[in-house]
Design a protein around this ligand. Structure first.
Ligand code: PLP
Length: 387
């Protein structure tokens, strides 16, 4: 007699309650396991000098114009925005100069998003990005998120890079994308345009130059944008977040050959740049001299800060940006924390023993100096023999 097998019951799936589910219970991509979201601490303290912002808000006149533009845009927020951001790109082209056209501009939500577009278009599986450390801590995350291999080589002893140093790294790594940051974060050091010119002449890779802090340099017009007529694979990335005092507006842009812009347009999300972002950025650009009015002052503050830190026996990296890297401390976290306890937030970043502070208003910079003077006597400084 045939035995009837009992029909197999599907195994019950044990699912944690939605409210008790942990990150570890989720089917994350393996490379995201144990990863933490990027971000400098956003703390509500009196003096915040940790993310290289311009400390001055837009003027009242600019704010009024922004409010008017947003009110006008609000009337048609039922509609999608212009996904080509045509008017904004024309304004950006005018602001940038160098004879660039709007077809050479690619704007997005901060240069963070522009970089992601670049890696989505030119990076990806089996492709490699080469950059030079120490540098901006977001770069490995853009690479991870786009499945691009991230390979670094160290900067030289003065945190700079020569043509031969870059070329020998290219020879060795054979990257698809080379990312050069000038001025570099967190060192504030620059790479001469002539060096990047030679690199571009000797490689077929995409060369991305991150000029987020260009307006703070001694010669802001000495930009790699000038090289664009010579090199179709060069991309210069800029932002309105720093000198331009619009970090909250989230507007960064790439300047490149129109074909490169077409590649970036291919990977962007539809309507990636909201109508509100577009109109706010346009108002800011219409007031460019006013938005940039504090740049000279901030440059001077940074230079004075360098002198002051040096006068107090600290090791200071000479900067061309709005921030300074200084040290070296045996326990930099202790110094960071002691400053924070006194209401001053700076950044624990870069090579070991160093801290980074950015130029603030006179009141903020004074508060930093007062707090540091208080902390320095008990801070253990590293001397070369201790390394
Ligand atoms: C070198 C560098 N590039 C890009 C950015 C990001 O700027 P954005 O606000 O335009 O995304 C930063 C921000 O700190 C930076 O230091």
């Amino acid at each position: 007699m045939t035995q009837h097998r009992q029909a197999r019951q599907p195994r019950p799936v044990v699912k944690p309650e939605p409210n008790s589910i942990q990150l570890a219970d989720l089917p994350l991509r393996p490379e995201l396991v144990d990863a933490v979201p990027y971000g400098a601490p956003q703390l509500d303290v009196p003096v915040r000098l940790n993310v290289n912002e311009n400390p001055y808000p837009p003027s009242e006149a600019v704010r009024k114009d922004m409010a008017k533009a947003v009110a006008k845009a609000a009337k048609s927020l039922n509609r999608y925005p212009d996904r080509e951001a045509t008017a904004l790109r024309e304004d950006l082209a005018r602001y940038i100069g160098f004879g660039v056209s709007s077809g050479q501009i690619w704007p997005a939500n901060g240069s963070n998003e522009v970089m992601t577009h670049i890696l989505q278009a030119f990076g990806g599986p089996e492709r490699t990005l080469l950059t030079f450390t120490p540098t901006y801590s977001m770069y490995p995350e853009y690479a991870r998120n786009t499945h691009t291999a991230y390979v670094t080589r160290p900067r030289n002893a003065s945190w700079g890079l020569t043509t031969s140093e870059i070329l020998s790294a290219i020879e060795e790594v054979k990257p698809n994308i080379i990312l050069l940051t000038t001025p570099n974060n967190p060192t504030g050091t620059t790479i001469p345009v002539a060096v990047i010119d030679e690199v571009c002449a000797r490689t077929d890779a995409i060369v991305v130059v991150d000029e987020a802090y260009q307006e703070f340099t001694d010669a802001p017009e000495d930009s790699c944008i000038a090289l664009l007529p010579k090199y179709g694979r060069l991309i210069v990335v800029r932002t309105l977040s720093k000198a331009f005092a619009l970090a909250g507006g989230r507007l960064g842009y790439a300047v490149a050959a129109p074909a490169v812009v077409d590649a970036l347009r291919t990977v962007r999300l539809p309507y990636h740049l909201s109508e509100v972002s577009q109109v706010v950025a346009r108002v800011a650009l219409a007031h460019a001299p006013e938005m940039l009015a504090r740049v000279d002052e901030l440059r001077e503050t940074r230079a004075n800060l360098e002198d002051w830190l040096q006068m107090h026996g600290l090791d200071v990296v000479s900067s061309q940006s709005n921030f300074v890297l200084f040290g070296r401390f045996a326990d930099r976290h202790a110094v960071f924390q002691a400053l924070l306890d006194r209401g001053v937030l700076i950044r624990e970043v870069g090579p070991s023993g160093y801290l980074r502070v950015c130029a603030g208003t006179p009141r903020q910079t004074d508060a930093f100096r007062t707090a540091l003077l208080d902390v320095l006597p008990t801070a253990h400084r590293l001397v070369p023999e201790e390394e």
